[in-house]
Design a protein around this ligand. Structure first.
Ligand SMILES: Cc1ncc(COP(=O)(O)O)c(C=O)c1O
Length: 475
């Protein structure tokens, strides 16, 4: 591809994407297509000979665009993926063109500086002071894994990196945790059996009394309490654990405190509910995903660490072929030394550009609007005899449950919720999920979307009522 072809094709793509953003509200949120049909579209022998870029773009128009989930449509309020900010999309294009490899300073001095500063902004928003730091990850999963690794190494007196973890360890987290925590305890070698899922209260916050009981039981069985994972915005309902109580317990027991604010971190920008994440800064490490509620395109997660040196302690290795010095003042900061990943995408650019273009204040207004939308759904459900709401949403996740007009078995109720969610998907108007809370099935709507409006919520509840009534009649 020569320069002129790049220019021409690039302009065409930018034009197409501008049209895409202009029409995203008119597209069905989810494509009406069978998985096998889409898979067949892409079944091709290895392309041995190339073709002109226009031909490649034509294939995208035929095979890719029509079968996307349009996360930028205001009706998308499902698994937490944001409507992407257009400036972030441009950031990703630039990042790929420059191909700065954030793993090593020698492959991107200005990119390293930009990501360091972007992380510093996130640390400042989270309430961390000087000496804090971190890095941008592919998402909350890897950030939680790094947090757990830091916790494991801390609890072992920084020996587990070399010796593994001999002593049985325990990690404590609310039963409302995201599954990434289960994967993380496995991946860092603690094993899923080391995870203690602690029951929650009526607001889905971890129960401190039950946590204390679990720790005491482990202590008397010779198990080492290693780490607490606090939820600062649970996936189901946006519940925020009592950070101050958890900090006091972690200090008493010599445990690491990691906070999972992958989703909830957006509330740091809120104007209307500024204190919701009070105490987040007390955590030793924090997961925050800009690709969730800071509206960055995937991928951009972050692990923030109160004492940045913990990252070096946990990961610091320097092979001979990477010859730069590190940990000196004004150092050539080597992310590969201070983190898990080696080659790394230039994720900071799109986050930096979004902060610069819109400002934290504007992003915070979208966050507040999403919370208000979730609250509207809650209010509508509370006002309806046919629905119940799990809890008044502290964030943008609202869970509502259909109350049938006659007695249904647990299996029928579960089937009803799943069938209705499928029909909502088929409608192309919305994409919402289902979940389980307190043994019941719920619809879960969670906008992290700057195009969602209060009217979407009114229409959503009306559609749910319509579909629930007709599925109930069919049972
Ligand atoms: C609370 C929480 N933690 C972690 C994750 C995992 O994040 P990711 O999908 O970016 O890996 C999620 C995803 O929704 C989440 O809600």
């Amino acid at each position: 591809m020569d320069t002129e072809e790049f220019r021409r094709v690039g302009r065409r793509v930018v034009d197409e994407l501008a049209d895409y953003f202009a029409t995203v509200e008119d597209r069905p949120v989810f494509p009406d297509v069978e998985p096998g049909e889409v898979a067949r579209l892409f079944r091709d022998p290895v392309p041995r000979a190339g073709m002109p870029a226009d031909g490649v773009l034509a294939e995208l128009e035929e095979k890719l665009y029509p079968y996307c989930t349009h996360t930028g449509n205001g009706g998308y309020m499902g698994l937490i993926t944001a409507s992407p900010l257009p400036i972030g999309v441009i950031g990703d294009l630039i990042a790929s063109a420059l191909n700065q490899n954030l793993g090593a300073y020698s492959i991107g001095p200005s990119a390293v500086a930009m990501e360091r500063e972007t992380v510093r902004w996130l640390c400042e928003l989270a309430g961390y002071g000087p000496g804090s730091g971190g890095n941008l990850t592919s998402g909350g999963m890897i950030a939680n894994l790094i947090g757990l690794k830091l916790g494991r190494d801390f609890a072992s007196g920084q020996t587990a990196q070399v010796e593994g973890c001999g002593l049985e360890n325990a990690v404590y987290v609310s039963e409302e945790r995201h599954v990434s925590v289960d994967k993380a305890v496995d991946a860092v070698g603690l094993g899923r059996e080391s995870l203690r899922a602690i029951p929650t209260d009526a607001s889905f916050r971890v129960r401190i009394d039950r946590l204390e009981e679990a720790i005491a039981a482990d202590r008397s069985a010779g198990v080492r309490p290693a780490c607490i994972v606090a939820l600062a915005g649970s996936t189901n309902t946006g519940a925020v654990d009592d950070m101050r109580a958890l900090r006091a317990i972690a200090d008493r027991e010599g445990m690491w405190l990691h906070a999972d604010a992958a989703y909830g971190g957006g509330m740091l920008l809120s104007h209307k509910w500024p204190g919701l994440l009070d105490g987040l800064e007390l955590a030793d490490s924090i997961t925050i995903d800009p690709h969730k509620w800071f509206y960055a395109p995937v991928d951009a997660g972050a692990i923030l660490v109160r004492d940045e040196a913990q990252l070096t302690r946990s990961f610091g290795l320097q092979p001979a072929y990477l010859t730069d010095g590190f940990d000196a003042e004004d150092e050539r900061y080597q992310y590969f030394v201070h983190g898990l990943e080696q080659s790394r995408r230039f994720r900071g650019l799109k986050v930096w550009m979004s902060f610069k273009r819109y400002g934290a204040d504007e992003i915070g207004r979208w966050v507040d609007a999403n919370v208000e939308q979730a609250r509207r759904l809650h209010e509508l459900a509370v006002a309806s005899p046919r629905f119940e709401s799990a809890v008044e949403p502290p964030m943008s996740a609202a869970c509502v449950h259909y109350l049938p007009t006659r007695e249904l078995s647990a299996e029928q109720t579960a089937a009803l919720h799943h069938t209705v969610a499928e029909r909502v998907e088929k409608s192309g108007e919305f994409w919402i999920g289902t979940t389980k809370l307190r043994g019941l099935d719920w619809f879960r709507a969670c906008p992290v979307n700057f195009r969602t409006t209060l009217e979407h919520m009114e229409r959503l509840l009306a559609l749910l009522l319509e579909e629930c009534s007709s599925v109930e009649a069919e049972l």
